[in-house]
Design a protein around this ligand. Sequence first.
Ligand code: BES
Ligand code: ZN
Length: 617
Amino acid sequence: MASSSDPCSFSSFTKCVTKHLNVTYHVDFDSHVLRGKVALTVEVLEDRLSSLTLDTKDLKISKVTANGQEAQFAMGAKHSFMGTPLEITLPFDLSRGQQVIVEVSYQTSPNASALQWLTPEQTAGKKHPYLFSQCQATHCRSMVPCQDSPSVKHTYYAQVSVPKELVAVMSAVRDGHKADPQDSSRIIYRFRQPVPMPSYLIAIVAGALESREIGPRSRVWSEKEFVDSAAFEFSETETMLKTAEDLAGPYVWGQYDILVLPPSFPYGGMENPCLTFATPTLLAGDRSLSNVIAHEISHSWTGNLVTNKTWEHFWLNEGHTVYLERMIGRCMESEQFRQFKAMGGWKELQDSINTFGADNALTNLVPNLHEVNPDDAFSSVPYEKGFALLYHLEQLMGGPEVFMGFVKSYIQLFAYSSVTTEEWKNYLFTYFRDKVDILEKVDWNAWMNTPGMPPVKPQYDTTLADACIALCQRWVKAKDGDLGGFKEADVKILSSHQLIEFLSLLLQEEALPLGHVRKMQQVYKFNDCTNAEIRFRWLRLCVKSRSEEAVPLALKMATDQGRMKFTRPLFREVYNFDKYREETVRTFLAHRATMHPVTADLVAKDLKVDSNQSTSL
Ligand code: BES
Ligand code: ZN
């Protein structure tokens, strides 16, 4: 049931809401901490307000003031993953409609879950350290004391002091830089975000960054080693932005830049406003993984403008964003391409539901997250069950053009606010008031509040998938004596999208005999493939078939990059190869200290390693 609180936050947004943050940071690479202060402009929603609670996680708070007067504060009990509530007693009472500026001086922990501090050796250039953040879902509180709930939206301003060899960027418009008046070896970078946004979209990076223009409102940023290949890979950005604007309305964030992070970045992409974060595993050399950019661009409307009210409604962010991403694919490529990608998505959904178990309540479209860590609940379900529901509704309501009319109108109506599933559904019924009889026949409870696969399986056009299905079946049915019939030419006619689909289909089948995967390597040479989506599926397939020669390659890919979509299943697959279980755990423990904190935690859980175990089995 929708409630007025957020199960993932200690801060109540019914008493008061943050309108603006003014952040000042000193980035300290020696001690791995951010030192600084944040001034929160808070609007009061009820009379006689005398206290407020902020979310924090592993922060060291030194001082709190309210309108410049010192305020008393106390730290509550530390929760295992939600952090510690910061209870602030105001030196005066406030009434409804008033604003107060609460200023908190603090420093972060070297283990802040939002931050990864990289040594020079962990960067491409090897000369300078690097810092990046990842706040979604509930990690912002480990770098800013705030109302860390997506129901609260505010603007922000920031000033960040870094060593002068480095550049700082944030999820905002750049607002110039100047020498640090307190330290001539440092520069202060300034940023402004004039569009109200939730705390999880605050993002910061400091490193030896360079950039290159790729469009009228876009640059790519990365260490200099990647700038050129990133500029090539993401050259379709402006076309995608224009396509998205045609579909969803004007782009309100001004700039749209892309930052390519070091390989340990845990996600494919992150929709930080004005500056999408991207994994370097997207640099395939042929623009074939650019759908991730279409996806992050789409979040500029669904997610960043219209935001899920709590993480229980995460599917509103991701389901609509996948829907828009595939609409961009439809406009730039074809309807057949959209159908092909949708079919791939359905398989991802089946995979997730198999991993979690078909009766696991976390596979509900709208899960209950009381005492659940959103990082543990993360899966393809909100993406692909969400997409499947929207596609099903599209078919019932009269096709893509008709349904996009609803999506655009939903975006317009709820722009700059945060919504629940109930509000979304009410508006669906209002928009399609002439077709309510059809909407009432939808099994809403099965779609939203029931675990497992959706109640309706969509029918997708198989034109682009047919070649993948046929080749997959040839391999599945082949006897040892038939293997000579496979030729390099089988895959030469397939696009990299189709190769991904071919391998995904094989992964859904019983493991192939070892001789089959050996033959496949001989004729298709997948071991040489550097496209991360292809390589990932190929190595899983080999390990599933108990290929010992694939084990070191799989562990290498699991540790050379840290995108969780690849790293977690690769570790799990080798772990399930009994003979290599110990080696898997040993490899993980050897890399743990240099891994991203969230990835390290989740892989530890996957491999049933103690949270503080440091030696081998
Ligand atoms: N916002 C997500 C990434 C995310 C989700 C980070 C939840 C932390 C918590 C981002 O937009 C995303 O979905 N990325 C996908 C892209 C894909 C669906 C095209 C990814 O990382 O692979
Ligand atoms: Zn997304």
